[in-house]
Design a protein around this ligand. Structure first.
Ligand SMILES: Cc1cc2nc3c(=O)[nH]c(=O)nc-3n(C[C@H](O)[C@H](O)[C@H](O)COP(=O)(O)O)c2cc1C
Length: 204
């Protein structure tokens, strides 16, 4: 099982990063998973410039770190996007990653290229925010669902935490790190995705 994890906070050692690391610790429990964590703020990923070149052959012409990320997105069995909420949105580099998946959307919907060869791929989203707003995660869940569709992954749910603000606050959140760890363990045990301990609501 290949698990690709995108950590979308600029704050290394911050709440998203800690959540992701707890998840990865869980993934490592059984030795069944090959895990790669990519800190998006350490990557050079430009936003999509809408040049349309990918419509010819499904290849993005921009020269940056996405060159290495595209094959990883295609190859992964599980793709995880983790981002703090910035202005009710995902962070800029998480958005850049998502925009650049347009080349994969083109391959799937315009060029009808099947990348995954019927191999199931699953998408998980993790997000944290400082406020308590009931609808805090609604918009970003919609965005991320479209990303997973573009990369041919089934969105299976996520982990969402409110009231998490200062660096390290997530450690004071009674269940968060344990839930992330347990999710990693469930995946590493090859449990069926519909039993993974995730929040499956659109408005968690
Ligand atoms: C630029 C910026 C915008 C933010 N906007 C929101 C927001 O709209 N809603 C919210 O609940 N929290 C917002 N926050 C708070 C962060 O989501 C929160 O501090 C989070 O725990 C940061 O996670 P991190 O440590 O992984 O970076 C914002 C923080 C920053 C720096």
């Amino acid at each position: 099982m290949k698990v690709l994890v995108f950590q979308g906070s600029p704050r290394i050692g911050g709440n998203t990063d800690l959540l992701v690391d707890a998840f990865i610790d869980g993934l490592k429990e059984t030795g069944n998973c090959k895990v790669e964590k990519i800190n998006l703020y350490r990557q050079n990923i430009k936003p999509c410039i809408e040049c349309g070149e990918c419509e010819k052959d499904g290849q993005c012409v921009l020269k940056d770190d996405m060159k290495e990320i595209y094959p990883k997105l295609i190859d992964a069995d599980v793709v995880v996007i983790a981002s703090p909420i910035f202005f009710y949105n995902i962070t800029s580099l998480t958005q850049a990653l998502i925009e650049r998946s347009q080349a994969l959307w083109v391959r799937k919907y315009m060029l009808k290229i099947s990348e995954s060869a019927n191999k199931p791929k699953y998408g998980i989203f993790m997000a944290v925010g400082a406020t308590k707003g009931k609808r805090l995660f609604e918009g970003v869940i919609r965005v991320v669902k479209y990303f997973f569709d573009a990369i041919d992954a089934d969105y299976v749910g996520g982990l969402f935490y409110r009231n998490v603000e200062k660096k390290g606050d997530i450690k004071n959140h009674a269940e968060a790190l344990k839930e992330a760890f347990d999710l990693g363990v469930a995946i590493s045990k090859n449990a069926s995705p519909n039993t993974w301990p995730l929040n499956r609501s659109d408005s968690p």
